[in-house]
Design a protein around this ligand. Structure first.
Ligand code: PMP
Length: 319
């Protein structure tokens, strides 16, 4: 493998990737430097998780249909048309995990992108439009247990009038980069972002819930958030499993300072507790009890340990 484009000591995380209809060696999953994906950030993606169930020796893909629906919604808004259906991509996702022989938790990225061609065109005769998928092992990080320390970023969350958060475009992650770097340089784990009206929006890669006086609250889908699949899942689980109604409403910055519990949620982030904001402890500074309970219900469901929610899961092996 040529070392160009890789940091020193880099090891390939998986044997195969899927690129425009073919399985290729991970290092061969390439797009050209003149592609619009590279020069303009003209690509969209989904982050998807697969969970290993040890007792069943089964790998379960979580809510793949919902992710592919959102991918195709993002593509619709960008007028990006690829020569693959949702069914084609679903089959490729399953086969990629199978081919890589994963027997552990994995994280996938399903991307569609503008390749080489006319910069202004959305006509497949003028500009290449394709899709690619990668899958890598993804063990659970210790912060799921311990929680993280957050700051409120001075960077503003993007908005529907400028760069719609509802489109899951790679270009949207520029503010993510700025806010995360600022947070890390200042000694925090993660940033929380306010929107153009000063309301709490979300974290760079995840949505957010707070608990105040026993009430579970999450920002509205019109507060410049990504329409998160995990957020929708948790709204259901709070109701059905914890008998707790979660409220969708706007949240002020100072409510973060007074919250009893805060956690982030997302496919990648899973359920990550927040134990301080701007160095003020959340509650007593320890992970709260509702957070622990929703984590337990969620992880059982996604790992295939609760029969009721097996309908969310697509098995990879023995099909
Ligand atoms: N917001 C942003 C900006 C994200 O990148 C993510 C992760 N996809 C989320 C929220 C959570 O979305 P989901 O639960 O669908 O993964």
């Amino acid at each position: 493998m040529s070392s160009k484009g890789y940091p020193p000591g880099f090891t390939v995380p998986a044997e195969y990737a899927w690129m425009d209809g073919e399985f290729v060696h991970w290092t061969q999953a390439r797009v050209h430097v003149s592609s619009l994906a590279f020069t303009q950030g003209a690509s969209i993606f989904e982050g998807v998780r697969a969970y290993w169930n040890n007792e069943e020796e089964q790998l379960y893909i979580l809510k793949l249909d919902e992710h592919l629906d959102r991918l195709f919604n993002s593509m619709k808004m960008l007028r990006l048309t690829i020569p693959f259906s949702k069914q084609d991509l679903a089959k490729a996702v399953v086969e990629l995990l199978f081919k890589n022989e994963f027997r552990e938790d994995a994280y996938l990225r399903v991307n569609s992108y503008f390749g080489v061609g006319d910069r202004q065109s959305v006509d497949p005769a003028q500009v290449y439009m394709g899709a690619c998928i990668t899958a890598v092992p993804s063990p659970q990080p210790p912060i799921i247990e311990s929680g993280i320390h957050c700051c409120i970023s001075s960077w503003e969350r993007i908005s529907d009038r400028v760069q719609p958060p509802r489109i899951k475009a790679a270009a949207n992650y520029f503010t993510v980069r700025l806010s995360t770097i600022q947070a890390r340089v200042d000694g925090y784990d993660e940033a929380l972002l306010l929107n153009h009206e000063g309301r709490v929006s979300e974290a760079p890669n995840a949505c957010l819930f707070i608990v105040r006086n026993g009430v579970v609250i999450t920002p509205l889908i019109t507060n410049n958030i990504l329409e998160s699949i995990t957020r929708a899942t948790l709204l259901n689980l709070f109701q059905d499993e914890l008998d707790t109604e979660a409220t969708e409403r706007e949240i002020d910055r100072t409510e973060l300072y007074l919250a009893d519990e805060i956690f982030l949620c997302g496919t990648g982030r899973e359920i990550t507790p927040v134990v301080s904001v701007d160095r003020l402890p959340v509650g007593d500074g320890r992970v709260g009890s509702l957070t622990r309970r929703i984590q337990s219900v969620y992880f059982d469901a996604v790992r295939g340990k609760n029969e009721k929610y097996k309908r969310w899961l697509l098995p990879v092996y023995g099909r």
